[in-house]
Write a protein that binds this ligand. Structure first.
Ligand code: G16
Length: 543
């Protein structure tokens, strides 16, 4: 029987950020907090009544309890059919695929992505629309507006569903399918990539090391790389999802995966490495003695698209988020295809993908993806890279070095200043904004400014305008610095400083990244006054 709960103290006004609503677990544990947000989704998306909904999460702490609540709310709000991953698990890209495959109205994904989990960690919830992608701004605004109106929510009082058993059940008038979270996704991957070439490459004795960081990528990586492609057992490490990610930080970058970076060094190291984040949409790719930047990953995939069955003969456009290095721009120019620069956030790629203007896109934040789903896709990215390595019969390092020799190298690094007060973060950005007028043609730390703006983006498909998306300062010769505040943190403010330096000289391409970026780092400090405004002398995380 459905019943209605009148929240005595409704917690309203829950504003979703870059990627849905992300908060500390304790915040989600407040009475009515989750329910208010979920009810707001049902209010903002009335088509869910009588429609199909996809549900799953990354297995983090609170996942199971929240899933049962959402199942009961979906039934009481009139959802006709709901597909949920076995044990409540679905990677973000697999959820995106299921939405598209079943022509669902949308999906609810429980994840705080790369943020730590456990009782002291973070939790998150996001709604993906019928195209499989993150809700566009118009929809998140509508959900936010609905959170301001929720005074009651609807909940079935049916007992919990057993999510361990794959199969169909009738649940309070709603048809529920508990599905194998990997099966359909694995079929899709086989259709897109050259599995025969990868299989042959592995059978020839090449070795892999994949790290799932105790998150949802584990079951996907085992099925695809070990079971289907023949990699030896234990090629995938940390494969069992755990509610607290075994105490780790499920963020695939050289800092949080330092042990994987070590494993990939020296003679006898595996030929290919990759790591995935909490919900398996992010990826880091490594070769023996080589760590690939996400910006270069995008550029190299674009340059080699003809070798990947998914793109063969149909790559007409690519996109990158604004802070991502401009390496892919050079490739697009050479290939004569379109190249779009969008604000940070995967949702901005959605319209371009839907309209068929781009087929491949990526972000500096370890996100790479294509038009097979409407999310970035970590497992796909590792498979696409293996496809390249297998077909080109070259190592990751050889492929990337050849790329730099042809297109030049964009040295790239991100410096994060974490746990700042919100006020300090705002002061840095205000300082920068105040300096923008008149900056062009002046010298900053010896570099001549050629462009200085606060990035604004007009969506070429629906005409919507997004302003204040980051401070962008370009210098003569191809260097650049970008400043923005993170939209995914749950405490204080995180200042992100994105640094880029271009060189076409092969002799300069072997430099160490931070030393190649020295002049841009000095310019960043001079412009933003990071020390003066925050008291920080060094970044907390340098990737
Ligand atoms: C989310 C979005 C990404 C975006 C990132 C930015 O990633 O999905 O498209 O690049 O946030 O994070 P920040 O605002 O902290 O720089 P995820 O993996 O957290 O969903």
């Amino acid at each position: 029987m459905p019943h209605t709960i009148h929240a005595t103290q409704p917690i309203q006004g829950q504003k979703p950020g870059t990627s849905g609503l992300r908060k500390k677990v304790a915040v989600f544990q407040q009475p009515h907090f989750l329910e208010n947000f979920v009810q707001a989704i049902f209010l903002a998306v009335p088509e869910l009544k009588g429609g199909t909904l996809i549900l799953g999460g990354d297995g983090r702490y609170l996942n199971e309890i929240a899933l049962q609540t959402i199942l009961k709310m979906a039934a009481a709000n009139g959802v006709a059919r709901l597909l949920v991953g076995q044990h409540g698990l679905l990677s973000t890209p697999a959820a995106s695929h299921l939405i598209r495959l079943h022509q669902a109205v949308g999906g609810i994904i429980l994840s705080a992505s790369h943020n730590p989990g456990g009782p002291q960690g973070d939790f998150g919830i996001k709604f993906n629309a019928g195209n499989g992608g993150p809700a566009p701004e118009k929809l998140t605004d509508a959900i936010y507006a609905a959170t301001l109106q929720v005074h009651e929510y609807h909940l079935s009082n049916a007992p919990d569903i057993d999510l361990a058993v794959v199969g169909e059940v009738e649940f309070a008038g709603m048809r529920v399918s508990v599905v194998d979270p990997v099966a359909d996704y694995a079929v899709l991957m086989q259709q897109l990539l050259d599995f025969d070439a990868i299989r042959a490459w592995i059978a020839a004795g090449h070795t892999l090391r994949l790290d799932a960081l105790h998150a949802v990528g584990g079951p996907y990586a085992i099925r695809l790389f070990e079971d289907m492609l023949g990699a030896p057992m234990n090629s995938v490490r940390n494969a069992a999802p755990q509610p607290d990610f075994a105490g780790g930080h499920p963020d695939p970058n050289p800092v949080y995966c330092a042990d994987l970076v070590d494993t990939m060094q020296g003679r006898g190291a595996p030929d290919f490495g990759a790591a995935f984040d909490g919900d398996a949409d992010r990826n880091m790719i490594l070769g023996r003695d080589f760590v690939l930047t996400p910006s270069d990953s995008l550029a190299v995939l674009a340059a080699n698209a003809a070798l990947i069955p998914q793109f063969k003969g149909r790559l007409t456009g690519v996109a990158r988020s604004m802070p991502t290095s401009r390496a892919v721009d050079s490739v697009a120019k050479a290939l004569g295809i379109d190249c779009y620069e969008t604000p940070t956030g995967w949702k901005f790629f959605g319209n371009l993908l839907d309209a068929g203007r781009i087929q491949l896109c990526g972000e500096e934040s370890y996100g790479t993806g294509a038009d097979h789903v409407r999310e970035k896709d970590g497992i796909w990215a590792a498979l696409a890279w293996l496809n390249l390595v297998a077909v080109r019969k070259q190592s990751v390092a050889q492929i990337v070095q050849a790329h730099w020799a042809q297109f030049g190298r964009h040295f790239y690094s991100r410096h994060d200043y974490e746990g700042l007060s919100v006020a300090a973060g705002d002061v840095v950005l205000a300082t920068l904004r105040s300096k923008l007028p008149g900056l062009v043609n002046t010298l900053v730390a010896g570099l001549c400014v050629t462009l200085a703006d606060d990035f604004a983006y007009t969506d070429s498909v629906d005409g919507s305008l997004s302003q204040q998306q980051g401070i962008r300062i370009e210098f003569a010769g191809g260097s650049r610095v970008v400043f923005r505040l993170s939209g995914t943190g749950t405490e204080g403010a995180t200042l992100r400083v994105y640094l880029e330096h271009y060189t076409a000289e092969v002799s300069e391409q072997a430099q160490e990244t931070q030393s190649a970026l020295k002049a841009v780092i000095a310019a960043a400090e001079e412009l933003a006054g990071i020390y003066a405004n925050t008291g920080r002398t060094v970044a907390d995380v340098v990737t």
